[in-house]
Design a protein. Structure first.
Length: 437
């Protein structure tokens, strides 16, 4: 990679040296930060619809989903406004750390509205808005922003004062444009490669699901005699299998309605955010005070208990409790404690299409908001072979899926490295460490 011939100190620790002909400028001198709405912009247009961008419609790669439209009179107060060619940057954790933001050059309406958790940057006439966007995607901007966050844990925000006073190296406008064009090309190549790897992961996960679906509905003996299942939407099942409701082989109960007070060195509280298609993950895991737990509600989790999400977007998702989280406390969701079957086999049944899609999802869709109650969960039909065969099926599933999981983990690491390279490349170019023009 080429470097510029001469450098000078930028005067800012997180940037270091910059090319000699560049200037160090605070963002507030090259862009209007969180501009107010221009007077008269919305006159006689209250019935018009504009693009509306909640946080989930903006990606970490800088892409926006513009399918949502809102009438101007519905969103002209209480939401963030922006115009075509503005740059938006998430201000709240963890969205800021993940790099959520976008350059709105292809906004389908002249202006729009979105989450109040966005900062808006409007480039001055002498500044390339795309170059400004890449500054906000650079490592120095994101790492410095994290250090300036204010607020309580889980609700920290990057203040407008940080954005205004962030110092960036700024080359002449023509060079800004050339740098932005170079990064457009290079990041597009990286994004294409990442997308291909993500599609491969999707295919592998579909294969994983197919293995589970077949094993828990047909077994692993291809020569087994079959019989009608007795369920109209389910095809034949092995002749020696039984059809039983979940409530007859397990105990189903609710978790805690209200979470106890938090304590840094307390017990982990397992919530819906910690349940991810069969696994307990530590995303946003919180810890609670043991002295504030209502133990009479039997909230203490045992190894091989199964958490089933009770409400929200992931209603019906489930995960079995590993030994690592034995003794943790259940949150608002439901707990399935298996009595007369292999708990790991039952956990795979709950993740299979015949239970999750054909039964639990139907219940959750009947509610105004996705929701599943204990009685509905207990009424779910299960296909049950003998206990010994359940164990054999579990062994088969885990043997086959371990290969897939290992491949998925490898690809996910490759994606992570590509994303790190993407950020590093942007950072090196917009701070002048690499010469591309």
């Amino acid at each position: 990679m080429k470097r510029y011939e001469k450098y000078k100190p930028s005067g800012v620790e997180w940037i270091g040296e910059i090319p000699e002909h560049w200037e160090s400028k605070k963002l507030k001198y090259i862009a209007n930060i969180n501009p107010s709405k221009p007077p008269g912009q919305f006159a006689n247009a209250s019935d018009d619809e504009v693009v509306f961008l909640p946080m989930e419609k903006v990606s970490e790669e800088g892409k926006i989903n513009q399918e949502l439209r809102r009438r101007i009179d519905e969103v002209s107060s209480g939401f963030t406004s922006f115009e075509r060619n503005d740059v938006i940057v998430a201000k709240i954790t963890p969205c800021f750390e993940n790099g959520k933001g976008a350059f709105l050059n292809d906004l389908e309406t002249d202006f729009g509205y979105g989450s109040t958790e966005f900062h808006v940057l409007r480039a001055n006439k002498s500044v390339s808005p795309k170059f400004l966007f890449y500054i906000t995607k650079s490592h120095p901007f994101m790492k410095a922003g994290e250090a300036f966050m204010t607020g309580s844990a889980g609700q920290k925000r990057v203040p407008a004062s940080f954005v205004e006073n962030f110092v960036a190296g700024t080359p002449p406008e023509a060079e800004q444009t050339a740098i932005a064009n170079y990064l457009d090309e290079k990041t597009a190549q990286i994004d294409t490669l990442i997308e291909k790897k993500q599609k491969l992961i999707e295919l592998l996960k579909e294969e994983r699901t197919a293995i589970i679906n077949h094993a828990v509905t047909k077994g692993i003996n291809p020569k087994a005699k079959l019989k009608p299942s007795g369920i109209e939407w389910l095809v034949d099942i092995p002749a020696h299998w039984e059809v039983k409701k979940l409530k007859y082989v397990t105990e189903v109960k609710y978790g805690l309605g209200q979470p106890p007070r938090q304590k840094t060195d307390g017990l982990p509280l397992i919530r819906a955010t910690n349940v991810e298609r069969g696994k307990i993950v530590d995303n946003d895991l919180i810890y609670i005070d043991p002295d504030d737990i209502p133990y009479d509600r039997d909230p203490v989790l045992k190894e091989n208990d199964i958490i089933v999400v009770r409400s929200g977007a992931y209603t019906g998702d489930s995960a079995i409790i590993p030994k690592k989280y034995e003794g943790a406390i259940t949150g608002y969701d439901m707990v399935v404690r298996v009595i007369t079957a292999d708990p790991i086999f039952i956990s795979y049944c709950l993740l299979s299409n015949y239970v999750l899609i054909n039964q639990l999802y139907l219940h959750r869709l009947r509610a105004a908001q996705p929701h599943l109650n204990k009685d509905e969960l207990g009424e779910a039909f299960l296909l049950l072979p003998t206990f010994k065969e359940q164990q054999s099926i579990v062994w088969h599933i885990e043997t086959e899926t371990q290969k897939i999981d290992a491949t998925v983990s490898k690809i996910e690491k490759e994606i992570e490295l590509l994303q790190e390279y993407r950020t590093a490349l942007i950072s090196e170019v917009v701070t002048g460490k690499i010469k591309v023009v």
